[in-house]
Write a protein that binds this ligand. Sequence first.
Ligand code: SAM
Length: 289
Amino acid sequence: MEQKLGNPQKTIEIIKKYNFAFQKKFGQNFLIDPHVLHKIIKAAGVTKDDCVLEIGPGIGTMTQYLADQARHVVAVEIDKNLMPILEETLREYENITVINEDILKMDIHRLAEDYNGSRPIKVVANLPYYITTPIIMGLFESHVPIDNITVMVQREVADRMQAEPGTKDYGALSLAVQYYAKAYIAANVPPNCFIPRPGVGSAVIRLTRHEKPPVEAKDPDLMFRLIRASFNQRRKTLQNGLNNSPDVPYSREVIAAAIESLSLPPTVRGETLTLEQFAQLSDCLSSQG
Ligand code: SAM
């Protein structure tokens, strides 16, 4: 087999050969460190039984490493200029399917059905940072069968995913991650592990999907509307945040009574509530019809 990708020399060689121009709008920062690649694959726990969805293969660096460990890899890449490159770098692998598509427009249920008989897939990616949150939330909220999501994200986003109530990083993303998964940071990755170097540090985070969420909200959709409304207006009290939101169709009095029933002061801010308290609040409101 030709020399593997995942080092600066080979990456630069390929980029020059194809005269590839990095597109900032697609968040293109390619990994050039084999240690980091091994850490990601190890954290994801990929085995020969697994079908892996890779989001944004770039020039195919991590795809090669994944294909060595997995049964099948489906790699979804938006940039059509990368297609001829992927054809070359992945041509010796028979267990890879490359799809030229925007991941946000794909039916991932269908993908899991077609490539893994609807059994849980693993998602592994060095994510384009401009759409980290919609990708992760989309995967969770669509209830695609997923075993774990192991992804490179901005360090600051990894911190937000793990943040506790009352801290500056705590927000809707922290609560969604807590509700759907157990999070653990597998590695911190400095900018010099990429070409071009990003302006911020990165981290590999593994999100292992809960079989059952840690809280039981009767109407999870309402709970997440309350969460989003609270954090959209972070500096407001919970009462005002919920009142001002078009997604929360309850009167000021009903909201005030629900907050009081949780033994919280009327001036409480949403950012101090735990996931369990949001679940209680949503149960209290949903019982109002
Ligand atoms: N996996 C490669 C690596 O680690 O070297 C590249 C990672 S780079 C951070 C992100 C990749 O995602 C780029 O190749 C970019 O073109 C691709 N991408 C960006 N937006 C996308 C989208 N909406 N759907 C699919 N791929 C996307």
